[in-house]
Design a protein around this ligand. Structure first.
Ligand SMILES: NC(=O)C1=CN([C@@H]2O[C@H](COP(=O)(O)OP(=O)(O)OC[C@H]3O[C@@H](n4cnc5c(N)ncnc54)[C@H](OP(=O)(O)O)[C@@H]3O)[C@@H](O)[C@H]2O)C=CC1
Ligand SMILES: Nc1nc(=O)c2c([nH]1)NC[C@@H]1CN(c3ccc(C(=O)N[C@@H](CCC(=O)O)C(=O)O)cc3)C=[N+]21
Ligand SMILES: [Mg+2]
Length: 299
């Protein structure tokens, strides 16, 4: 069997950030201010802190303002809602991201519902979910949009292909399925109640794994030549002599890469795309909200 080609998400993301930087500089010249992204982190989850630090660095590197708000874990929900309202009203803030998961005493849906949909660069607000479902312009969740960008770059048209999405979360699985449907794939959404998951996956020309289970999808589930997109981010327990465990996806890369036509690695696949698309959505939000024209498809 021939080895799959490795889809270089990290490299594609670097190119996307370069295009975003040019558009952000153009925005600054036209608007007389930089585009701005506010990121809100509640609590001290170490993984979330890493993501927020990376987002902040890359936002600034792309020529945009990054406004970081770190709140203690015991912050009352009302205080977080008040901060979101303040960011909604702040003309320097084009995009708002509230890092999930939130502490258990907060209602995530209520917090997301408070974000102005036109600043919802995560695409999580019901208004943006509805816009995506009905084909209206809005904001599309960053991870699924990043996956589709990689797929179209690799395959060109996706029309008529059989796609299986494993996972049905609001932030990855469901919007991923909507985007693949919009690309005219025949879409199956699998989840924990799916019967005979290996057989379902074997039919797919495109497999998107967004489960949160380390190396669950095996090589003998993959149709030869299929394209495999691994969204999973799982930290294995540290091996002897390691302080940190290895980062792995939801796909068993060693076996799947023997069968697939193309596959994303973890790390270096979908993860870097998520942040680059977030920056793309932010610079798009800035143009829309300032009423400055932009060819969004060219980014
Ligand atoms: N690379 C990136 O940028 C990002 C990566 N992630 C990663 O992606 C993964 C998924 O995230 P998220 O969608 O938030 O996760 P959730 O936990 O919200 O959803 C997981 C989904 O997987 C399904 N599932 C669980 N076990 C099985 C199983 N044995 N067989 C089939 N389906 C199963 C669940 O089914 P059911 O609904 O029936 O419970 C659920 O729909 C995680 O590893 C996360 O860290 C997430 C966001 C961004
Ligand atoms: N409101 C909100 N929006 C999100 O988009 C969001 C969120 N909350 N909560 C958590 C998840 C997860 N997520 C990732 C972002 C980048 C990488 C990433 O850059 N990964 C690198 C590795 C990073 C590392 O080494 O830890 C890679 O895969 O190469 C991964 C995961 C965004 N999420
Ligand atoms: Mg989740």
């Amino acid at each position: 069997m021939t080895e799959a080609s490795i889809i270089d998400g990290k490299g594609f993301a670097a190119g996307l950030r370069e295009r975003v930087s040019r558009v952000a500089a153009d925005f600054e010249a036209k608007a007389g201010r930089k585009a701005g992204l506010a990121v809100v982190l509640v609590g001290e989850d170490p993984a979330s802190q890493v993501y927020v630090r990376n987002k902040n660095k890359q936002t600034v590197a792309c020529g945009m303002n990054s406004f970081e708000h770190k709140l203690p874990v015991e912050t009352p929900e009302a205080d977080l809602l008040a901060l979101v309202e303040k960011l909604n009203a702040d003309p320097a803030v084009d995009g708002i991201l509230v890092q999930l998961p939130l502490p258990s005493h907060m209602n995530e849906q209520k917090v997301i519902a408070t974000i102005n949909p036109d600043k919802d660069v995560d695409g999580f607000h019901v208004v943006n979910v509805g816009r995506l479902a009905t084909g209206l312009p809005g904001f599309v969740p960053c991870t699924p949009l990043g996956c589709v960008m990689l797929l179209k770059d690799k395959l060109g048209s996706l029309s008529g292909l059989d796609a299986v999405v494993i996972g049905r979360s609001n932030i990855v699985g469901k919007p991923m399925a909507q985007l693949l449907l919009a690309e005219s794939c025949t879409v199956t959404i699998a989840h924990s109640r799916t019967r005979d998951l290996p057989a379902v996956v074997r039919r797919a020309d495109i497999v998107v794994a967004a489960v949160g289970r380390a190396e669950m999808v095996k090589g003998d589930w993959i149709k030869p030549g299929a394209t495999v997109i691994d969204v999973g981010i799982n930290r294995l327990p540290p091996a002897e002599g390691e302080t940190k465990g290895k980062l792995v996806g939801d796909v068993d890369f060693a076996s799947a890469s023997q069968v697939a036509g193309a596959i994303t690695p973890v790390p270096g696949g979908v993860g870097p795309m998520t942040i680059a698309v977030l920056l793309r959505n932010t610079v798009v939000a800035a143009h829309r909200n300032a009423g400055i024209g932009l060819d969004e498809n060219a980014i």
